[in-house]
Ligand binder design. Structure first.
Ligand SMILES: Nc1ncnc2c1ncn2[C@@H]1O[C@H](COP(=O)(O)OP(=O)(O)O)[C@@H](O)[C@H]1O
Ligand SMILES: [Mg+2]
Length: 277
């Protein structure tokens, strides 16, 4: 690592209103990130030379082993973390919406008020918010629970609330960090199908982090495979399945298993540790 020279290059994501000619929504170039632990004096490289772009309206997943830097890359895209080196551009007038692994619902608010929270923050009155809240409650199957409090909901329902809230104020980029990771397999499959339906209706630009190869293939147009920490993108695979997709039928397609095998082979590559002691 080059210390202060690299630090001087650090950039926060830049937002621009004019989309480039090729209609990219996100451009990440040579992104690097290290964490320094003052107590142990250790430097952990979390991501290295990560480069990729995402077209507008594209659904891209990033898969990689636990600890390879997926969350770090996403947090940099969301401006929650600063890059050490490299550049990140989001071609959108507004910051992206984010969905986390742990459903970040506000426990004291009703489902409706959780969904409408970004509109409330933007200064909209209860009455102004209602039509948009209704649309999202409908879209995510939460209408019957509009007045419930989060503690009355299952994990899957809470995650629906988080998805509805991420969509409510119509950001054009959606960043999702293992949003279904804490759910049982059956709930997960239901929500994958829901997300496909919602995405097909809204065609947002999505970056979806998962450690599940299966989930990445079911949902995405492209799958980026990351190496073990410090994560690099080692493959960029197109997922050829037609849309609209059926999460169950898709698994009967032999190409699904070919791709699964390809991704697993890439993930089986050994790690290249480059941390300082
Ligand atoms: N705030 C932090 N301080 C120190 N180390 C961190 C911090 N965040 C992440 N890391 C380290 O960076 C590496 C990548 O973490 P992360 O991006 O969360 O991986 P992933 O999401 O792929 O599991 C891990 O080794 C993790 O321990
Ligand atoms: Mg993570």
């Amino acid at each position: 690592m080059t210390g202060s020279a690299a630090v001087a290059d650090a950039r926060q994501p830049s937002y621009s209103t004019a989309p480039p000619a090729e209609a990219a929504a996100i451009e990440v170039r040579e992104l690097g990130k290290a964490f320094y632990d003052a107590r142990s004096g250790r430097v952990t490289m979390a991501a290295q030379e990560v480069s990729f772009s995402v077209a507008r309206g594209e659904f891209v997943s990033i898969v990689g082993p636990s600890g390879c830097g997926k969350t770090t890359v996403l947090r940099i895209l969301a401006s929650l973390e600063e890059a050490l080196s490299g550049t990140v551009e989001l071609f959108s007038p507004r910051p992206p919406a984010m969905v986390f692994q742990e459903a970040s619902v506000l426990p004291w608010l009703s489902v409706r008020d959780n969904v409408g929270f970004p509109l409330h923050i933007a200064g909209q009155s209860k009455r102004d918010r209602k039509p948009r809240e209704d649309a999202l409650l409908q879209l995510t199957g939460l209408m019957d629970f509009a007045d419930a409090k989060p503690h009355q909901l299952s994990g899957g329902m809470k995650q629906r609330v988080a998805v509805a809230r991420a969509l409510v104020d119509e950001r054009d980029i959606l960043l999702m960090d293992e949003p279904f990771g804490a759910l049982d397999e059956q709930t997960r499959m239901v929500l994958q199908q829901e997300l496909l339906r919602i995405w097909e209706a809204s065609r947002k630009t999505v970056v979806f982090i998962t450690h599940s190869v299966d989930e990445a293939l079911v949902l995405s147009d492209r799958v980026l495979v990351m190496s073990p920490r410090p994560g690099r993108i080692v493959a960029d695979l197109a997922v050829p399945f037609q849309r609209p997709r059926d999460v169950v039928a898709l698994r009967r397609d032999p190409r699904f298993w070919d791709l699964t095998h390809t991704v697993w082979s890439l993930l089986a590559q050994p790690a290249a540790h480059q941390d300082t002691p």
